[in-house]
Design a protein around this ligand. Structure first.
Ligand code: MG
Length: 248
């Protein structure tokens, strides 16, 4: 009887102890998730800038977000809302109504590359990233492709404005075509004259040229604030999610 009581006492304490540990772990997990969500919010709202890499403690969080339902849902939301806005517009019919798209993390996804490179925890390596770009295997961001098709069908002139270098023109066209982007009015890449310029400056200049040529920029989709801010802004801008990297 004595041993039986001892056994019960021991079981009770070990149960309570492991239950306590489990509760503590759960609390810790919840707190970490909240902190990383708060960090992601400040990234998306452009309150946190500039930043170089994701916080180390948020590696698992960012990976789960990017490869799970969260990222997909957010992409769908942006695409749907942009579509609602586009539908509300009455186009002039003179071929001057423009929608601008950025390419990387807007039309094409480099997620396969980033998953292999720390989901934004590694410092950006332009040589390694170039190798990935040269493969021309980036898949389409499906909700963006859906929006893209809608805009073409409604008569928008689509301009692609990217920070990719002019030397990547042919592989970019090959990749876009393979991913399902069938046509565009103009693909603007960085020529050597624009190397070294901040994306905000380069993209503002290019938008300025469009306005000078008589185009009306009605919509602009990009995953970086530097795609959207600056001179000659679009009437409305749509920010796609990207908690993996920041381009000024
Ligand atoms: Mg981009």
């Amino acid at each position: 009887m004595f041993f039986f009581k001892l056994f019960l006492l021991f079981s009770f304490f070990s149960f309570t102890f492991s239950h306590d540990i489990e509760t503590q772990f759960h609390k810790f997990d919840e707190e970490l998730k909240l902190q990383c969500t708060s960090w992601r919010f400040s990234v998306e709202a452009n309150n946190l800038s500039p930043w170089k890499t994701i916080p180390e403690k948020c590696l698992g969080y960012v990976k789960d977000y990017m490869t799970g339902r969260g990222y997909k849902l957010d992409l769908e939301r942006v695409s749907d809302e942009a579509g609602v806005y586009a539908k509300s517009l009455e186009l002039s019919g003179d071929g001057k109504d423009v929608w601008i798209f950025d390419i990387d993390e807007t039309l094409l996804s480099n997620l396969p590359y980033y998953v292999e490179h720390g989901n934004g925890l590694e410092i950006f390596d332009p040589i390694e990233f170039d190798k990935w770009v040269q493969m021309g295997m980036a898949p389409a961001i499906e909700p963006s492709l859906k929006l893209y098709e809608k805009l073409l069908d409604s008569g928008f002139k689509v301009f692609l404005l990217t920070g990719r270098s002019e030397k990547h023109r042919s592989i970019t066209i090959e990749n876009l075509t393979k991913a399902g982007f069938r046509t565009w009015h103009k693909l603007i890449l960085r020529d050597p004259e624009h190397h070294g310029k901040l994306a905000t400056v380069f993209k503002s200049e290019k938008r300025g040229e469009m306005v000078e040529a008589g185009y009306r920029i009605l919509g602009n989709s990009g995953d970086q604030w530097s795609d959207l801010l600056g001179a000659a802004p679009s009437r409305r801008s749509f920010k796609l999610p990207n908690p993996m990297y920041y381009i000024p």
